[in-house]
Ligand binder design. Structure first.
Ligand code: PGA
Length: 239
């Protein structure tokens, strides 16, 4: 199996002070990891600091969001141009953005297009197969650039909440990830997201159609995050 890609989604959990502490605890060990490719997605306020700390290392940095607007009178927005030089990746279409902030598939397609203009890799969340169809029908870019998109199959019901992990069944996830690839019609990268933790990570990564994970809760505590990589190594997931 190829090296899994592990993307940390800190969500809205860290102040600058907490970010500094996380980096202090995790950075030395993260830089030694070769059992996985790693992307850290902090909040916008922590992004410049995290980007500077991991500059020229094996650890890449991404944003959790990006504006659908390019530039101008859009109070509060963080545009793709502002991410240039700070982020190599950006999560788009997360179900929390849809549910809580009213984002829709058209918004997501606009963001994907803007990201490609700046060579930032979209990490595109897909809640279900219907949504995959919807993306495909809305923008040729999804098929055209599919080999450069990181797809994430993330059923909203599997996302951890209230401190509890409630992952999906790995076999079901594998089937769904396979169907997403079929719909796209090309070899694509598909991650699974939803309650991944050090105990269950290998049950997902060992599935044929799953190339890595989008990790929320388990990435916010440096110790738990490092345990995740220890599990991956022990599980012998890497060739
Ligand atoms: P979780 O979050 O790992 O806490 O379930 C994943 C995500 O929503 O990106």
């Amino acid at each position: 199996m190829k090296k899994p890609l592990i993307v940390a989604n800190w969500k809205a959990t860290k102040t600058i002070k907490e970010t500094v502490q996380w980096i202090k605890e995790a950075k030395p060990a993260l830089e030694k990891i070769n059992s996985a490719d790693i992307v850290i997605c902090p909040s916008f306020t922590s992004l410049p600091f995290v980007a500077s700390m991991f500059k020229d290392t094996n650890v890449k940095v991404g944003s959790q969001e990006v504006s659908k607007f390019k530039k101008g009178a859009y109070t509060g927005e963080v545009t793709v141009e502002m991410l240039d030089g700070l982020a190599d990746y950006s999560i788009v279409g997360h179900s929390e953005r849809r549910r809580l902030f009213g984002e829709d598939d058209d918004d997501v397609i606009k963001k994907v297009k803007l990201l490609f203009e700046y060579n930032i890799t979209p990490i595109l969340c897909v809640s279900d197969l219907l949504q995959t169809d919807s993306y495909i029908s809305r923008g040729e870019i999804i098929i055209e650039k599919s080999e450069k998109i990181i797809f994430v199959y993330e059923p909203p019901s599997a996302i951890s909440g209230g401190g509890a992990y409630r992952p999906d069944n790995p076999e079901d996830v594998n089937l769904a990830a396979g169907k997403i690839s079929e719909k796209i019609g090309k070899k694509i990268v598909v991650l699974y997201g939803g309650s991944i933790n050090p105990e269950n990570v290998n049950s997902f990564l060992s599935q044929k159609n799953i190339d890595g994970g989008l990790v929320g809760q388990a990435s916010t505590d440096p110790k738990v995050f490092m345990d995740l990589f220890a599990s991956i190594k022990l599980g012998g997931m890497v060739d």
